[in-house]
Write a protein that binds this ligand. Structure first.
Ligand SMILES: C[S@@+](CC[C@H](N)C(=O)[O-])C[C@H]1O[C@@H](n2cnc3c(N)ncnc32)[C@H](O)[C@@H]1O
Length: 619
């Protein structure tokens, strides 16, 4: 039985560099010599595409190469479950994660790689008054625990990034760059990240997005911040600023061209109802992208029309969406069934069309603050984003069951927007909020209301927003997921997975007790899920076999037994459970020192092998 030690890839969050190297190896096998990249060979292979000029277009700042390295370093932390602060722990698919978002994004790399359709973030604008998190490249996790007061009683004062600092823009860029790099990995191929920003950093943000996402995939929209055409009284300058920006960065060009503009050209005289559809007059819209053969991407598939003609190409909707529309009689085949499929657009149904890059007539930050105070009391949170602005972005950037992340979530406006949209459109979108437990100021109103951190504000806001939906729409709310599972960033539960495990003496002691004091079975269980890259919201059931507790994760995909005194009887019970559940692959994890003796350990392995369970590991 192989123990997962600190060298094992399973003990770490995703190793991004080696994944990239593997991809390079697939593209250019010829440049790999004895496991290393032959730089000259690569240069020769790429020929004239390599720019060797000393003077060339380049965007750089103080600290960039460290920031890049930081994004590639695996995290040594974990996420510890906090069911007592959660809502509907057993059933919800939503997550609320307390912690520094850099570490959290690293920890999510395996479980949520290419699974996220949309990210919205509202990072610090770097106004000189807001706090910009400073990463510590040596030991980011301890830095985090210290900053947020989790190692000694009081947190360090979180300082603002003042514009008097010589590294004012560099500090901000060093904070943003690794986070955006990691965020991109989580996006699906047709995914998008929307970023709120104002004049302070729009240029720098656009530049790093160009670098990370590719120039062709980045666009800038305007958010007209006036709610009713009037300006807040605070505007002092000669030319009033009535707008902020939303930078949209698409994962691929495909995402941009397919999803951005679902623009249908309506002309009043195009409506008709040739099939007497009870939903009333409709017209048809193009869903095919080009007429050539499909690109093989996620929206490339074959549609056969009623006369048997096959169309193998790229479409603007996924195959699943197409089948749903077909079932709902929302697909029309032109030329009496002989032509290409098109989508029916009904005159009486509101259609989202974003032909304008200006977002206007939404709520202002001021009224977002007032609404928040109605929900939470006087908390004086500076400039939360209006929920209806984020709702608009969610409608544009996601559909039906997509996962939406906000990793600068503040008061949780994005979670509120996701719940609202699900309520309005009967969708089942899921959210992941990440927020630093940034302490609220000593004499602040928020602290007087009982909120010690901004994360406390965020969690309570989502609870109350969920309750409000329940009160206002009692029947519809029964179908909605208004819960969330809370997790908190901390150091690994397992001593041997910490970097100190290289210390031999410590190692010997740790062989006796490998699990850190004060950590629960449930803490361990979720660390194992993360390391195996499993979704943190997978259903988990508990079973008792031969007096030992076995956790069944995702219908048998992973069986975990963290009990002591394990004998072969437990292995028999586990094998029975596996045969009953019949999963495609089954992995089993034990505690390394959880066996009655070494003979039992060997017997357990053999027994599981007899039942075709090959992947058995210990921690
Ligand atoms: C501008 S606010 C977001 C407000 C949010 N859109 C709303 O409507 O409430 C930015 C938030 O990011 C949080 N933050 C800053 N650095 C962070 C980090 N490294 N990890 C997680 N959250 C962070 C701050 O605590 C702050 O609450």
């Amino acid at each position: 039985m192989n123990k997962i030690d600190h060298n094992d890839p399973l003990s770490k969050s995703a190793d991004i560099v080696s994944e990239n190297i593997q991809q390079l190896q697939q593209l250019f096998p010829e440049v790999f010599k004895e496991g290393k990249i032959d730089w000259q060979e690569l240069q020769a292979t790429l020929g004239e595409h390599i720019d060797t000029e000393n003077e060339r277009f380049n965007f750089t700042w103080n600290g960039k190469s460290n920031a890049r390295k930081e994004a590639q370093k695996p995290s040594t932390g974990t996420l510890r479950p906090a069911p007592e602060e959660s809502v509907d722990w057993d059933t919800t698919q939503n997550l609320y994660i307390e912690g520094d978002n850099l570490e959290v994004l690293k920890l999510l790399q395996k479980s949520y790689h290419q699974k996220v359709k949309m990210i919205y973030i509202d990072p610090p604008y770097n106004t000189g008054k807001d706090f910009v998190y400073k990463d510590n490249y040596k030991d980011n996790l301890s830095n985090y625990l210290e900053l947020t007061g989790q190692t000694d009683d009081e947190g360090k004062k979180l300082s603002t990034n003042s514009d008097a600092s010589g590294r004012y823009h560099s500090n901000w860029l060093n904070m943003m760059y690794p986070r955006l790099k990691l965020a991109r990995n989580l996006l699906k191929d047709d995914g998008v990240i929307f970023i709120s920003i104002d004049d302070n950093e729009i240029n720098n943000l656009k530049n790093i997005c160009n670098e990370i996402f590719g120039e062709d995939n980045v666009e800038v929209y305007i958010w007209d911040v006036r709610e009713d055409g009037t300006m807040p009284k605070t505007a002092k300058k000669t030319v009033r600023k009535e707008h902020e920006y939303i930078v949209a960065a698409f994962k691929t060009t495909l995402a941009k061209s397919l999803d951005k503009y679902e623009s249908f050209k309506y002309q009043d005289n195009n409506w008709g109802n040739p099939d007497n559809d009870p939903r009333g007059p409709w017209m048809s819209a193009n869903i095919s992208r080009g007429s050539g053969k499909g690109s093989g991407g996620s929206k490339s598939y074959v549609i056969t029309n009623p006369t048997g003609v096959e169309f193998d190409r790229d479409w603007s909707i996924s195959e699943e969406e197409f089948n749903d529309l077909l079932e709902d009689n929302r697909i029309y085949f032109a030329d009496d069934g002989k032509g290409v499929p098109r989508k029916k657009i009904f005159q009486n149904e509101p259609v989202l069309s974003i032909q304008s890059s200006i977002f206007e007539k939404l709520k202002s930050s001021q009224s977002a603050s007032q609404n928040l105070e109605k929900l939470l009391g006087k908390i004086e949170f500076d400039y939360p984003k209006p929920v209806n602005l984020i709702e608009r972005l969610i409608q544009i950037g996601s559909s039906k069951e997509d996962v939406i992340i906000d990793f600068f979530s503040g008061t949780g406006s994005t979670a509120n927007a996701v719940m609202n949209i699900n309520n309005k459109h009967e969708s089942d979108r899921k959210f992941i909020m990440v927020q630093l437990p940034e302490p609220t100021a000593k004499d602040s109103k928020a602290l007087k209301e009982g909120f010690k951190t901004i994360a406390d504000i965020g969690k309570e806001r989502i609870r109350r927003a969920g309750n409000k939906i329940k009160e206002e729409y009692p029947d519809k709310a029964k179908e909605l997921d208004l819960g969330f599972k809370v997790f908190k960033l901390d150091s690994s539960n397992i001593k041997a997975w910490s970097p100190e495990a290289e210390n031999l003496e410590q190692n010997l002691l740790d062989a006796v007790e490998n699990i850190k004091e004060g950590r629960s079975e449930s803490d361990l269980l979720y660390e194992i899920l993360l390391k195996y890259g499993l979704d943190l919201t997978l259903p988990i059931t508990e079973h008792t076999v031969a007096d030992a507790k076995v956790f069944n994760v995702g219908a048998g995909a992973l069986l975990v037994c963290l009990s002591d005194d394990i004998t072969v009887a437990v292995a028999e019970g586990i094998a029975e459970l596996k045969n009953k559940l019949n999963p495609e692959i089954c992995r089993v994890v034990f505690k390394d020192n959880g066996f009655k003796d070494s003979a039992q350990k060997t017997n357990v392995m053999q027994k599981l092998k007899q039942h075709n369970i090959e992947e058995v590991r210990s921690i």
